[in-house]
Design a protein. Sequence first.
Lengths: 435, 225
Amino acid sequence: MKLLAQTNRIYLGFSLVVYLLTALAFYQISRLLIYDEVESRLRVEKQDFEAYARTHNAWASSPYFVENKIEITPVPGPVQPGEAFVDTLIYNHYDNEMTPFRQLTFFTPIHGQLYRVEIRKSLIQTYRLIEVITVTMVLFLGLLLLGMFWFQSRLSGRLWLPFYDTLSRVKAFDLRQGSPLQLHPSSITEFSELNDVLTKMADKMQHDYQGLKEFTENASHEMQTPLALINAKVEQLIQSSQLTENQSDWIDGIYQASRRMARLNQGLLLLAKIDNGQFGDTHTVDLTAELMQRLTDMDEVITHKQLTVSSDLREPFRGQLPPFLADSLVTNLISNAIRHNQSGGAIHVCSSAETLALSNTGFAPVTDPGTLFDRFKKGAANAESVGLGLAIVRQICHSYELGVDYQYQSGIHTLTLTRQFAGTERVNGMGIAAS
Amino acid sequence: MKVLVVEDELGLAEGITDYMVKEGYVCETADTFQKADEKIHLYEYDCIIVDLTLPDGNGFQLVETLKRLASTTGIIIISARNALEDKLKGLEIGSDDYLTKPFHLSELNARVKSLLRRRQFGGHTEIRFRELTVVPHARTVFVNGQPTALSRKEYDLLLYFLSNTDVALTKASIAEHLWGDNIDSADSFDMVYSHIKNLRRKLLDKGAADYVQSIYGIGYKFGQP
């Protein structure tokens, strides 16, 4: 939920409660005041009545008194003196309806006879008053509430504008593009501080990223050049014809080691680059087709190792990744399947829209399959491999929303690529298939 | 044939120069951007081998300058940077080839030769070695004037040998030349062996001398028996 919606909701709830309470209190207070007024008038009338009764020692129903205004009933026997106010409804002959009255009941002796006297005052005016007051109150308070609410939302919308601007800019910010994070200055201290902090952070990140990139490149350069030098010198050395067998072996050893190191270096640099996401634009790549193409390219090695290739291609498996990495991915998978295969073995490709599985025959794994994707883990004693192939496969998969899984079952090793976000990806894939 | 090697790592520059001189080229070196810039303004070269990262400048600039001055000079970039963007940029601004370090001198030599062939005679030239004749643009091979059918890899192999005659070639450099980097040495060495065996047999069948010698522990040499 948006911050503004949230604050508005809280604000609305709170003011509603406060306004209701206020309205209730107002109602009660005006009611109390009106009752107080009516009752004090009734008391005055009571005094008038008593004074009248005392002077005249009699009571005559005077026509002056309107209907229901006063009612006198003789009471037999002694009753505790006292007075009481009650609300009562009395039938009104003119309006044909019950009207509310406030009634004061007291006892007074007239002519030696005890009478119960009930003086009433109509509350109908009072009720109307209260109604009008209440309606007016509710109306005005409601208007005020709405007005405040509207004003508040407009104001906060305007106040938070720089924040939303910052947010959208930070969202659009891409570390890989060289342009720095540009934020509009804000007159509000908190926002301008936030912008400052964000700009600083983005600058630092960009600086570090740049540094890392440069380091990667420099490390590559610094390592490859000495390696090139070793290679060149070895090549010069082997041109001399007076080498003994031993010397040839040593030279071969140096040569192999330097080549291994070059491969290792290139593998590590590739991993670092994938880590840093330095490969830029992704495309939809048909990995099944790439894999089959690469298998055709490697035809010679496959024939050489007398491997049989079979495939079960139902639907192409597609991934979103940079083409260079797609190539690296399938190359590593196939190299792996060939390297760890046995002479006369088989390679099987199974492809569907959701999975791409590459199986190969081979000896049972000697290492824990769980660590197979770790760097420098080698399945078997194989001096050639540097142990980075599967680490690169995993790194590429992790970076581009693919899952990779290894299984070994009765002499068959299977590496399976899957989509990690099947739902969204499927829609994507179908869209492409349709277009 | 005049070749300029622009490389700041002196040992490597020396290695390249020695190899090139042996191949019969006139070779000069420049270890800084400044010197290289001076040389390309003063002299004309048939080919220039340029490193991208120089202590006082960028190899790309040299390539650009050279393209302006003498567009017929062949340019090969040698770089430690294996980035695709660099390769594309290099080719875009007019270099003819891009080689990532570490490379084999024999590979560099083969590429220089192929480049010069393409540049100077539009590729319409024949390579002759005693009774062998190779016509690169038609990819055909003749032994004593008789056409000899070779497989694609055998042809590539022969051309590589002919570019590096009388030079000891490592098995690894041959394998890499034929299959690139993505192949296991153990397999590729066997494959190199079988290709060489076949090539040798085919050439011998047509009456050529046996030029391929195997060098213990190292590789092969193509040259006078």
